[in-house]
Write a protein that binds this ligand. Structure first.
Ligand code: ZN
Length: 896
């Protein structure tokens, strides 16, 4: 327990270069599930840029040490300890061979070398390589690797590692081997091996310069019929990176492997990406439109890491956003280009809206709690806890702001300079910023604060129209409001905020924009560079009082405060030329209304919905000039979680009551419109995975979801039941099942029960679909007679439930604790008691997954007093029993 009693804090300020460097690594594996022997031969030399060290210190965890040899001679000046191995009496340059043993069969952490469905896989980021062999397991130590795999041929016919296959052949006793070489220097976190019974979809393509590339997607045999979309996504990713950034695939062979037991989404190991099956496997029967889109995004993300992460990597883990923020930005742009090309702004906007919704719902919440940290954190206890919304999603917004400031071409110039300077190096976020600044002739010193300040900035806007002078003044001021303590300490001064704005005339058209001092108007959207605590921008030639459209396309990750009236928001929703802000106006209107109703619901007062809100929504619903995908997004109300966070004291029950009330009112008031939409947006015939067809399905299924809220659900039970039976794709089938579950609250629920049973039988052999079956039940409405916690507890003993499988744990436990707020936050505290039991159980198996679950109570201080106290006791219970450093860091910060 030595390392859990007093957690060691790692600080960015303490960075020091490694005392030794490792140039080459030759690994030999004798793969046996309970006892794998690893022989590791390294060329080591002292680092000329570091101070002299007496010992050579290597990291190692859960390893059994066998032997050490230096330059061919057994070396006895070796000491193992809790964190690894210390080697004495080393020359300035030497060859070190270490032999050790690990136990992949018993490795439930899914970090290091482990077994899943009788196959071997590795996961090394961030610090898993030290669980495979003793090493300088830090990203600024880059080496070339040669890997020899030996295993039983019948049990493990396929043997894969990074790079190119050098040699393979048979060995005595039914064994065989394969030898791989990766020509590129890489940090240890990018090492990977896979061994087992796998089959592949294979394709050869030519890259931009005409070289032939071998692409493979490896899966278990019964999944081969679900690999086409991942392969297409990979081919599209390769093309896109050539076209948009001039970046070519640098290896002859690129492999993707799917594994069912995986802690996160996927991993960008050099030339051998390893993926959660959830982000590879898809066909129309098993995967929804959202799954198809996520697969495209994640395949792109991991592929794009080949340049942003692998060719140029991170100096230390504080620089994580250097690769993650940049690569999320790249995958977001890829998805937007795939949906709408460079010019279809409406199609691009749907992707932008989805991304911003995630940012606001998840990252803003993170920034408001005890885990708030800058995009480039200053300290951590467990690095796995810092693969966060802030590092990924806010990090992506920070990268996007360079593009907003310099344009696509200026951003491209900066990227080109970044690779010219740093290819093959391990660098920092400052290096990236300097490349962008230098390529565009700009000083970006102030922009550094986006990397060092935590918390969500607030921009307050006030406007003044001078009718006599035809001038319009926009005054912006920035601050952080009452930021969380964790964020407050990091704040030093104003940010450089690219603030995109337009002005709309009474006829709904954009006004040409001319700032004071300019000779002529320039366009109808201007990106203001807002750099001071308070700053005024004056527009001239503004005859009539305009309506401002603020922060167009969400040009910075901030909260905008401006006192719009309900009429003004309805006007923006109907007219703004910026599709993002059209959506935004609807969200503001709905949020304001819902928060008012939630406040009343909290006191037990009666609820009423203003007709103007119903009318504004009706106009969007029936506006045939808007794409179905956009209408679906605009008509979806803000989530309960997001709304609860906007209350002075989060009250999930009141929010639920208010939101349900509005959903039912919109369902009743617009019933005929919903029915018409439901009929009009059917997609008969073969399933098509296009954005257009997906948009029709999304809007049609939203209509079905609203209809399921009707007080008398008889009609919708019939519609949803028929849709369930006739569906030729998972989007429609799962939406129908979900509507049946919703309607079950107001009916006898027999139709829902029958569909649930059918769904299970139909998809029993498809784990990813069974995950959906668990998740749909965990997130269902529930009632006083039938609280969802009872259903969840019963499902925990279902034969298909397995706590060791992260996807399954997420589908049942996380869905309930993080995606069903009204039921999870039940007054009696039963949700919290369940949460504590599951965190403790997972902590013993898989600390990374346990720590994610542990985070679902971190905003406890913001809740109503009664809930707050119950949450505190649950946190204290976990704190008293936790074993891992991962969970300890989370609960200690929460209790702080
Ligand atoms: Zn990534």
């Amino acid at each position: 327990m030595a390392d859990t009693a007093t957690p060691t804090v790692i600080r960015r300020a303490d960075y020091a270069p490694p005392a030794f460097l490792i140039d080459t690594v030759a690994l030999e594996f004798d793969l046996v599930p309970e006892r794998t022997v690893v022989r590791n031969t390294m060329r080591v030399r002292r680092n000329p840029d570091a101070s002299h060290a007496a010992h050579f210190e290597l990291m190692g965890e859960q390893l059994e040490f066998v032997s050490a040899t230096i330059d061919g001679t057994p070396h006895s000046a070796v000491r193992t300890h809790a964190h690894g191995l210390s080697v004495d009496n080393v020359p300035d340059a030497f060859e070190l061979t270490l032999v050790s043993v690990c136990n992949p069969a018993e490795n439930t952490t899914l970090s290091g070398l482990y077994v899943s469905s009788d196959n071997f896989f590795t996961q090394c980021e961030a610090e898993g390589f030290r669980r495979i062999t003793y090493f300088l397991d830090r990203p600024d130590v880059m080496a070339t690797y040669t890997v020899t795999l030996r295993a039983d041929k019948a049990a493990y016919p396929v043997l894969l590692s990074n790079g190119n296959l050098l040699d393979e052949g048979d060995l005595p006793d039914g064994r065989h081997f394969a030898r791989w070489e990766d020509p590129f220097r890489k940090p240890s976190y990018l090492f990977a091996l896979v061994a087992g019974k796998l089959v592949k979809l294979e394709e050869r393509v030519r890259s931009g310069s005409g070289k032939e590339k071998l692409l493979q997607v490896w899966v278990e045999p019964h999944d081969l019929d679900k690999t086409r979309h991942a392969m297409d996504s990979l081919i599209n990713s390769i093309r896109w990176d050539e076209e948009r950034f001039g970046l070519e695939l640098d290896l002859d062979r690129f492999m993707i492997v799917a594994v069912g037991d995986f802690n996160m989404g996927a991993m960008e190991n050099k030339g051998l990406n390893i993926f959660n099956t959830k982000y590879v496997l898809a066909n129309p029967e098993t995967a929804t439109d959202t799954d198809f889109a996520n697969i495209e995004a994640v395949v792109g993300h991991e592929y794009f890491h080949n340049w942003t992460g692998n060719r140029v990597t991170c100096r230390d883990w504080f620089q994580l956003s250097l690769k993650e923020g940049l690569t999320v930005f790249r995958d977001q742009e890829f998805s937007a280009d795939m949906a709408g090309g460079a010019t279809d702004e409406a199609a691009r906007a749907t992707k932008r809206i989805e991304d911003v919704r995630v940012l606001r719902q998840m990252q803003f919440a993170e920034d408001a709690g005890p885990m708030a940290h800058p995009v480039r954190p200053e300290s951590y206890v467990e690095i796995n806890n810092f693969y966060t919304m802030t590092v990924y999603e806010k990090g992506s917004e920070v990268v996007r702001m360079y593009q907003t400031l310099f344009g696509r071409d200026g951003f491209r110039r900066g990227m080109d300079l970044y690779f010219k300077r740093h290819d093959g190096q391990a660098v920092t976020c400052d290096d990236f910023r300097h490349a962008l600044a230098d390529a565009n002739g700009r000083d970006l010193a102030q922009f550094e604060r986006w990397y060092s300040q935590a918390g969500t900035p607030r921009v307050t806007v006030s406007t003044h129209h001078d009718a006599a002078q035809h001038r319009y003044r926009v005054t912006l001021s920035q601050g952080y409001g009452d930021a969380a303590p964790a964020a407050r300490d990091t704040q030093k001064g104003p940010l450089l905020i690219p603030f995109a704005l337009g002005l709309i005339g009474a006829n709904g058209a954009d006004l040409p924009l001319r700032l004071e001092g300019e000779t002529a108007a320039q366009g109808t959207t201007r990106v203001l560079e807002f750099t001071q605590t308070e700053q005024t921008f004056t527009f001239v030639d503004v005859a009539e009082k305009p309506l401002p459209s603020l922060l167009r396309n969400f040009s910075a990750p901030v909260i905008v405060e401006y006192d719009y009236s309900a009429e003004e928001l309805a006007f923006l929703l109907a007219h703004d030329s910026d599709p993002f802000n059209r959506w935004e106006a609807g969200q503001r209107l709905a949020t304001r209304e819902l928060l008012g109703l939630a406040a009343r619901a909290a006191t037990g007062a009666s609820l009423q919905l203003d007709d103007s809100v119903v009318n504004a929504f009706a106009r969007v619903l029936t506006d045939e000039t808007l794409s179905p995908a956009f209408r679906e997004l605009a008509l979806m109300l803000p989530s309960e979680t997001y709304l609860a966070e906007q209350m002075p004291e989060s009250n999930p029950a009141a929010v639920h009551t208010a939101r349900q009330f509005v959903r039912r009112r919109l369902a009743e008031a617009l019933k005929n419109d919903w029915l018409a939409i439901y009929e009009r947006h059917q997609t008969p015939g073969d399933y098509e995975a296009t954005p257009e067809a997906g948009g029709h399905r999304a809007l049609k299924n939203l209509a079905l979801a609203y209809l399921a809220e009707l007080a008398d659900p008889a009609d919708v039970v019939r519609l949803a039941g028929a849709q369930y039976d006739a569906a030729n794709n998972m989007t429609d089938r799962s939406a129908a099942l979900s509507a049946l579950l919703t309607a079950a609250a107001a009916s006898d629920g027999r139709r829902a029960q029958a569909a649930l049973e059918d769904f299970y039988r139909r998809f029993e052999k498809e784990p990813l679909v069974i995950d959906k079956w668990f998740a749909l039940q965990a997130t269902q409405r529930g009632s006083a007679q039938r609280p969802v916690i009872d259903i969840v507890r019963a499902l925990m003993s279902h034969p298909a439930f397995n706590l060791k499988n992260p996807n399954r744990a997420r589908s049942l436990i996380f869905s309930f604790c993080a995606a069903n707020p009204a039921q999870f936050h039940a007054e009696d505290g039963s949700g919290y008691a369940f949460w504590a039991d599951q965190v403790i159980a997972l902590d013993a198996l898989n600390p990374q997954v346990a720590a994610r679950l542990a985070r679902s109570l971190e905003l406890w201080r913001r809740f109503t007093p009664a809930l707050r106290e119950k949450m505190r006791s649950a946190l204290e219970k976990v704190a008293a029993q936790v074993k891992s450093r991962d969970v300890r860091e989370i609960v200690e910060k929460a209790l702080g």
